[in-house]
Design a protein around this ligand. Structure first.
Ligand code: ZN
Length: 106
């Protein structure tokens, strides 16, 4: 994540469930502004995003006023946390195995 506290790039579905739009958002670590761009799935309007970063994040299309939400923000945060945990666990296991192998060589 580095200098960003949130970053995403994902498709947006229109009312019928077709992925016609896209949203790209980033929030810098020292900022509460959401920056990025979107393609509205309803009217295909493309525009920049520059608004306050709130959760849930709701973007209103400047052309057709459709409310665009970033899907499954919470679930994803949970998934990312779990993935991170798994990586850390795998790393710890690898180190333990290496240490054991080293001892075996002595
Ligand atoms: Zn629109």
């Amino acid at each position: 994540m580095g200098n960003f506290k949130y970053i995403t790039n994902r498709p947006l579905k229109d009312k019928s469930g077709a992925e016609k739009g896209r949203i790209q958002v980033l929030v810098r670590a020292n900022s509460d502004r959401a920056e990025g761009k979107y393609t509205c799935p309803e009217c295909l309007n493309q525009a920049n995003i520059d608004q306050e970063w709130l959760k849930p994040f709701i973007l209103v299309c400047g052309k057709c006023n459709a409310k665009l939400k970033i899907p499954k923000l919470k679930d994803e945060a949970k998934k990312e946390k779990n993935a991170e945990k798994k990586i850390l666990e795998a790393e710890a296991e690898r180190k333990a195995k290496e240490a054991a192998a080293r001892e075996g060589l002595v």
